[in-house]
Design a protein around this ligand. Structure first.
Ligand SMILES: Cc1cc2nc3c(=O)[nH]c(=O)nc-3n(C[C@H](O)[C@H](O)[C@H](O)COP(=O)(O)O)c2cc1C
Length: 151
């Protein structure tokens, strides 16, 4: 079971989470979508494999529902050595702090011992590609990475 955690300000990250979970489901991987604010960080290490999805807001800051998740991780500092994660970020390259949010969250997970699988995916709202297309392209690569590891 892959847990797809999303944090958002205006809902785009949730749409990406839904697209990615659906794609994984259609390709033989069970996936469930969970809002970051509903995640108990002390139980996160038991999740096995998660995908974290977040946008960037303000001036390179975390969006509304990612911040509490990030703060809870900082406060609790769980040992995430058994956790593997993929990362997908939403942003806009017209901002100097393009995609900072996902980098901040991925760095913290790594600091806490979690192992990242594959490259961090990025959707750039300033480019012509649709969010769904970016999300599905990344999900396809992510699936290949987990299948390579399992082989
Ligand atoms: C007020 C505002 C500030 C933003 N600041 C940033 C930023 O600093 N860096 C960035 O990469 N994107 C920034 N963005 C772009 C958002 O990350 C992008 O629109 C994203 O799709 C929003 O996803 P969400 O609905 O899941 O929050 C900003 C967007 C708005 C409206």
């Amino acid at each position: 079971m892959i847990t797809v955690l999303f944090g958002t300000e205006s809902g785009n990250s949730e749409m990406a989470a839904d697209d990615i979970a659906q794609f994984l489901g259609e390709n033989g991987e069970e996936a469930k979508v969970v809002p970051m604010e509903e995640c108990d960080v002390d139980k996160l290490s038991a999740s096995g494999l998660v995908i974290v999805i977040t946008s960037t807001y303000g001036e390179g800051e975390l969006p509304e529902t990612t911040q509490p998740f990030y703060d809870a991780l900082c406060a609790s500092k769980p040992n995430l050595a058994t956790l593997k994660f993929g990362a997908f970020g939403l942003g806009d390259s017209t901002y100097e702090t393009y995609g900072n949010g996902i980098d901040v969250v991925a760095s913290l997970l790594s600091e806490l011992g979690a192992h990242q699988i594959g490259e961090t995916g990025r959707h750039d709202a300033a480019k012509g590609v649709s969010l769904s297309q970016s999300a599905l392209n990344w999900a396809d690569q992510f699936l290949a990475s987990i299948n390579r590891r399992a082989a």
